[in-house]
Design a protein around this ligand. Structure first.
Ligand code: PBG
Length: 323
């Protein structure tokens, strides 16, 4: 029955009616707050290009986690910034490394807060690439062994979930195998199954000091023109043992979020990355947008596209807004 009998505006008339029929809503429990952890004591070091985001030393991180947990944020995702870097990324799988120590401290203070660790070598290599370099190229098969070692050391420290972000082939299988071999069958893998070679990681690379010294990451991260390939990546990662998938970045790739969700039905996260955060912060600082409304609309769009969880530097603020 068309107009005038049918009027879609009827259910938009009051806030309560709109709440009643909303298809997508946000919950702090499905937001993940990324955090940068550095060596040292008493460090809270703000990142210029990411207003509101700081690098924390361990006791400051624990204090921050107390706030995050009390706001009901679902999980924290840790990135380590080591004091020294080398060719083999030894800081990544050092049992006394910055992430390993941070995980132990977090788990002791907040046993119920879900701790996810980024598993990648780029913050730990002197050249800034995500893997071991041989003849100027990232060697896939040596790299996945180092990644598996890194994941095991995070699991041993108490991580609930390990999240490989390197885009090597076969790394999920190598990590699953090694975790199981060493008694960590209950640790989950959140695979960055489609991570694009994106211009939106700029502020992160400043924060993590992980810009490649030469070349770029297009030899391993996905080409922005591809979408069908994201489904192949997702299926391979699931076959290798991934528990959850991730599309990254989020807003420029909402079509990919929808495709991967529909093709796999698997638990899915999307990463609202540093550049997406910085753009919103910059526009808000200039008074060009209403920050709260624009951020909540952005996060809603990511869920509407099919993501279950959202990794976002806005997790803590959004949780405050959603209270
Ligand atoms: C690599 C990694 C990157 C991000 C998360 N993990 C950067 C890269 O590939 O250069 C980017 C996250 C962001 O921009 O917020 N370990």
């Amino acid at each position: 029955m068309p107009f005038p009998a049918t009027r879609l505006r009827r259910l938009r008339r009051t806030p309560a009616l709109r709440d009643l029929v909303r298809e997508t809503s946000l919950s702090p429990a499905q937001l993940v707050q990324p955090a940068f952890v550095v060596a040292g004591e008493g460090v809270r070091d703000e990142i210029d290009s990411m207003p509101g985001i700081e690098r924390f030393s361990i006791s400051e991180l624990v204090a921050e986690a107390t706030e995050i947990a009390s706001l009901g944020v679902g999980a924290i995702l840790l990135f380590g910034i080591p004091s020294a870097k080398d060719e083999s990324a030894t800081g990544a799988y050092d049992d006394e490394g910055v992430v390993q120590m941070a995980v132990r401290a977090l788990k002791e203070a907040h046993p119920d807060l879900t701790v996810i660790t980024d598993v990648c070598l780029c913050e730990y290599t002197s050249h800034g690439h995500c893997g071991f370099l041989r003849d100027g190229e990232v060697d896939n098969d040596i790299t996945i062994e180092l990644l598996a070692k890194t994941a095991v050391s995070h699991a041993e420290a108490g991580a609930d979930v390990v999240a490989p972000s390197d885009m090597m082939d076969g790394r999920v299988g190598a990590i699953r195998h090694q975790l199981d071999e060493e008694g960590h069958s209950r640790v989950a893998i959140l695979s960055y199954s489609s991570k694009y070679a994106s211009a939106f990681y700029g502020p992160f690379r400043e924060a993590a000091d992980s810009t490649p010294e030469s070349g770029d990451r297009r030899g391993y991260q996905m080409d922005p023109g591809n979408a069908a390939e994201a489904i192949r990546e997702a299926e391979l990662d699931l076959d290798e043992g991934a528990d959850m998938l991730m599309v990254k970045p989020a807003t420029p790739y909402l079509d990919v979020v929808r495709l991967v969700k529909d093709a796999t039905g698997a638990p899915l996260a999307a990463y609202h990355v540093s550049g997406e955060y910085s753009m919103l912060k910059a526009a808000a600082a200039n008074g060009w947008i209403d920050e709260r409304a624009a951020v909540l609309e952005t996060l809603t769009s990511i869920k509407r596209a099919g993501a279950d969880a959202i990794v976002t530097y806005y997790a803590k603020e959004a949780a405050q807004w959603l209270r």
